[in-house]
Ligand binder design. Sequence first.
Ligand code: HCI
Length: 346
Amino acid sequence: MTGTLPWDGEMTCVRHDERTGASFVIALHSTTLGPAAGGTRAMAYPSLDEAVTDARRLARAMSLKMAAADLPIGGGKSVIMLPTPRAQLDDRRWREILSVHAHNLELLNGSYWTGPDVGTGSEDMDVLARTTRFAFGRSVAAGGPGSSAEATAQGVFSAIRASVREVGEPGLDGLRILVQGLGAVGSRVATLVAEAGARLLVTDVDEARCGPHVAAGARIVPAEEVTRTECDVFAPCATGGVIDTDIATMLPARVVAGAANNILATDGAERVLHDRGIIVAPDFVANGGGALHLIGREVLGWSESDVLARTVLIEKALDEVFTSARKQRITPLQAATAGAVERIQA
Ligand code: HCI
């Protein structure tokens, strides 16, 4: 392989399965605080290099997320590089792919636990759990904690509240909030901010998903205009990499706070946004609600209300990140990363 990024993680496992045509990448970034955990992302990638790079960056974000949420768990991620997009895979082949993945998890014997991510859901965890113990996030029907979307959205909502305060707004009332991606998490974030009085702007590659929000008063923004649309809060809730350095120089927003992992395409983008006075909520703090739900319910024995009580504390955690960044004259991402790394190294 060529061109993969240097990486500070522990181990990356790669497997190709001839029969299904799928390749599997499992990145264990850190097992210092506990076994590595992080979801399984199933997508078609242009190359194996890109799949490896994605798995590693996402695994690193999981280590930071777990540490920032004070969970006794490390960070990892799986990427299944599909031979064709998920929607075009027939059920039988998908089952075969999951069965290879279950075998991967068994081989790692608990050093890595998986869960749902882009392209996988609770029902896939149910399938994995029939052959391996190392899957979080089974459906409620199968005895699991079910979807983490509600907790993730609550945490993002708390992050938005903390972030708008940092730019001098007392609350969300009257602010223009642009939610990108109306999947399980994004649509809940949209509903929560609208209920808090925000003027909601929505966008999704599947325009039908905008319908219910438009009926409730939201305005649709065409996908290609998202990063050129003036708003108070830009909330990316689809896939990551939406803000590169060029976009950062002109993004007409005051706050960036969303659910997506790795919102910034480059490290330089945050510096550019910071210099323009735009507040960026570090994504691994803002979207920690999902991890609190899965790990809280399945490892720590928390109830749903325990999860909620911990999730709303994301607002306070971000207040502390912003304060520490101001004091040290560094960016919030630098402050949050330093805090998480300190926890891992302590
Ligand atoms: C996430 O926040 O990306 C999901 C959290 C997660 C996924 C898989 C195992 C544990 C936690």
